[in-house]
Design a protein around this ligand. Structure first.
Ligand code: GLA
Length: 389
């Protein structure tokens, strides 16, 4: 499989650039098992890198330019590292432009490259396809330019690219997961300390992605609005607790004491984050063991909170949640990523994948007339250079 993919990318590369690539990087997508929108609130996330990934094959250039194409999308782009502008026509190239801009702004001297992207992460499906491109590009830039930058710093540069160049105020979850994820486990990410801990998973269950494949238009603006509402919540609570700097510092008791005086929407947003953060810590306790009932309750509470308090649901997600929760073998289901459509995630008893998939596909399709994408994923190693000759 890997060889076949490599051969295919190598041949496409040769057609485009007349030579074989000399450097290969891969970076995986991620799925969050708990902790929606807790990252920019400095909280915790239970996240897992998945065996769907983005490869970037490249050849360094000496003239300070980057030319980039993708096997998954038509059109490519070429830009000078001395004048990095946003590209509205081929927007996926902004993730590579953004990384280059972030590295240059930090004072690094970069070599350019001819590159070709190949991804098995459906674009826009909420599994961090963009962070995967960013991390693969970051590894290529730093390797060919001879830079020594720590992995967490690369994740931060990716977040900066997303925040400042692409223009959405996302947290660190996607980039951190893509570059620091580990095979054979989930990781508990502490978004304030920027550290993580390995969390083994019960082998009796599988992680299954259920992509709603419904249009997701609101993600950017609504996402930033949620971020601002959380900040408004922090500012309100600081009047009583000057020591807090993020919702991570707020306990359920603190919120309970003051929520009546808060604007209703802000109070709801805060309640979700405070509870969701606690659910991550609760999941940490039970994930390695066999606790189907507790998993079910935690995941369901997360979904309901996301829908009713944080309001990041969508009709497609409601239909999918119904399909997942009534499927044979299901243990627990919830949203994933930013919400507003995209992919959802289920824990399914080992051996039930076929029955689960059939049921979810049929039920969801009946309700929405959209053909979903349902597949199991394994945890995968974080981003790496596969080869450099
Ligand atoms: C998107 C963002 C992440 C995170 C999730 C929600 O994936 O890029 O930073 O906020 O949404 O948890």
């Amino acid at each position: 499989m890997m060889e076949e993919r490599r051969r295919y990318i190598g041949e496409e590369f040769k057609k485009l650039y007349g030579k074989r690539p000399t450097i290969w990087a891969r970076a995986p997508g991620r799925v969050d098992l708990m902790g929606s929108h807790t990252d920019y609130n400095m909280g915790f996330v239970m996240t897992m890198t998945i065996d769907r990934d983005t490869w970037l094959a490249a050849n360094p250039r000496e003239d300070g330019r980057v030319t980039i194409h993708s096997c998954n999308a038509s059109g490519g782009a070429s830009f000078s590292l001395d004048d990095i502008q946003r590209d509205e026509e081929v927007p996926w190239t902004n993730y590579i432009r953004g990384i280059a801009a972030a590295l240059k702004e930090s004072g690094y001297c970069l070599l350019g490259f001819d590159g070709l992207v190949h991804s098995t992460i459906a674009f826009g499906s909420g599994l961090s396809s963009s962070a995967a491109i960013e991390m693969a590009a970051a590894l290529i830039f730093t390797t060919i330019s001879g830079l020594e930058i720590g992995l967490v710093d690369l994740a931060l540069l990716g977040q900066k690219a997303e925040n400042e160049f692409v223009g959405v105020r996302t947290g660190i979850l996607d980039q951190y997961s893509s570059i620091m994820g580990q095979q054979g486990c989930a990781i508990l990410l502490d978004c304030r300390q920027l550290t993580s801990e390995i969390v083994p998973m019960n082998p009796g269950m599988q992680v299954v992605i259920c992509n709603t494949r419904a249009e997701r238009n609101l993600v950017g603006t609504e996402y930033d609005e949620r971020h601002e509402q959380c900040e408004a919540g922090v500012r309100f609570l600081q009047r009583f607790y000057p020591e807090i700097t993020a919702l991570r510092d707020v306990t359920p008791d603190m919120l309970k004491r003051h929520r009546r005086a808060m604007p209703v929407v802000i109070a709801r947003r805060c309640q979700f984050i405070v509870e969701e953060n606690q659910r991550v810590l609760d999941l940490y306790e039970i994930l390695p063991e066999d606790h189907p009932g507790l998993l079910h309750d935690l995941f369901t509470a997360s979904y309901r909170g996301a829908r009713d308090l944080y309001e990041i649901g969508a009709p497609s997600m409601a239909a999918m949640f119904h399909a997942m929760s009534t499927a044979p073998g299901v243990i627990a289901s919830r949203q994933a990523g930013a919400g507003f459509g995209g992919s959802m995630v289920a824990l399914v008893k080992a051996g039930y994948l076929d029955q689960f998939t059939k049921h979810v596909t049929k039920s969801y399709q009946q309700e929405t007339r959209i053909q979903p994408e349902v597949y199991s994923v394994e945890s995968a190693p974080g981003a790496m250079i596969l080869e450099w000759v």
